[in-house]
Design a binder for this molecule. Structure first.
Ligand code: NDP
Length: 332
């Protein structure tokens, strides 16, 4: 049972030597438990925070312990009535070939309806995040203008398409010209720009959102968030989803500056966690499965092969090397 453990905590940027590949035992199962052969593993930005020894809504990873992730796997042995051999399940398991579970927070999913990795992306946590933020937090209304950062990623790509389905104008930014072209030509964004090459970000947003932004779906923080703030309309809402620009900071960085604009424009900003509203998440999965079938929702992944390459995939994600949802394929 190959396993990846946390070897050391990163100081600043994550490096490959923060991880170690070890050979462990295949766990033995007892009454009420089942054994899962892990097929696909999800690497996600929030894992960076779990590498720090800091309190958060999920506990930190511990040094010497196997890292944890969203995983799709197949039940290969079971002493639990609810999970049968051959079932495909999604849950939080280890960065390893085999994990055991009691079934808590584990879901059986349908085999064959969509590629199994989709349950870690568009039909999983990132897709749910998009819906939770737009519908649950920002109360998006038809006809409004939405701005989303990290727009080609797992969450952002669903945010933009959802907002289009809801009859909104959508503007996004991403870190390469290829990603920008994809947003407009494939995903149907009204406008998009490369934040690395556009020059003045606030000015670019102003040109692309001439009426201003009603809803900012914030994935990045830092200067992009600051630029979006300056372009908010009166009574605009900011769904504060993530601040990936700061995740590798050694020291907390100041900003965004100019928060006073929130008073002037009567803005509302709310942070949220995807699991705040399970009913909304289930509502999304039902709708998204249908939209996927109808071709209304498009989805793209970057698939890295091999458990041993999970650290590299994760590091790449933090640097923007992924195009769409970053997945690690352990085995078919
Ligand atoms: P993505 O698939 O979007 O991958 C991360 C992307 O962030 C990179 O590809 C890169 O794209 C972009 N990025 C990285 N660093 C920077 C930077 N300094 N400035 C601008 N962009 C940067 O990840 P997810 O869709 O999974 O996550 C997006 C955000 O949502 C993250 O902040 C994450 O923490 C948050 N999140 C929050 C949840 C919640 O419950 N609140 C749940 C899930 C995710 P590019 O090439 O465009 O720079």
């Amino acid at each position: 049972n190959q396993q990846i453990v946390l070897k050391s905590r990163p100081e600043g940027w994550v490096t490959p030597d923060n991880f170690e590949l070890v050979e462990g035992r295949i766990p033995e199962i007892g009454a009420g438990e089942f054994l899962v052969r892990n097929l696909y593993l999800s690497v996600d930005p929030y894992m960076r925070s779990r590498m720090n020894d800091a309190k958060s809504y999920v506990p930190p990873f511990q040094i010497g312990e196997v890292l944890e992730a969203g995983v799709v796997g197949e039940v290969v042995a079971s002493q639990n009535d609810k999970f049968k051999e051959g079932d495909v399940v999604v849950g939080m398991f280890g960065w390893e070939n085999y994990s055991k579970s009691t079934g808590q927070d584990v879901m059986v999913v349908e085999r064959g309806a969509v590629p199994l990795s989709y349950y870690l992306g568009v039909l999983g946590m990132p897709g749910m995040t998009a819906y939770a933020g737009l519908v649950g937090v920002a109360n998006l209304q038809p006809g409004e203008t939405v701005f989303v950062s990290a727009a080609s990623g797992a969450v952002g790509s669903v945010v933009g398409q959802l907002a289009k389905i809801m009859g909104c104008t959508v503007v996004g930014c991403a870190g390469s010209d290829d990603k920008v072209t994809y947003l407009v030509n494939e995903l149907g964004f009204d406008r998009a720009f490369n934040y690395k090459t556009c020059g003045n970000i606030a000015k670019t947003i102003a040109e692309m959102c001439p009426k201003g932004i009603d809803v900012n779906f914030e994935n990045v923080g830092g200067e992009i968030m600051e630029a979006a703030l300056w372009n908010m309309r009166n009574y605009g809402r900011i769904a504060l989803c993530g601040m990936i620009a700061n995740y590798n900071d050694k020291e907390m960085s100041p900003g965004p500056r100019g928060l006073g604009i929130m008073i002037q424009r009567r803005l509302k900003m709310q942070g949220f966690i995807v699991f705040d509203n399970p009913a909304l998440n289930m509502e999304f999965v039902g709708k998204a499965a249908q939209w996927l079938k109808e071709g209304k929702l498009k989805y793209r992944e970057t698939v890295t092969e091999g458990l041993e390459n999970a650290p590299a995939a994760f590091i790449g994600l933090l640097k923007g090397e992924n195009f769409g949802k970053q997945i690690v394929k352990i085995v078919d």
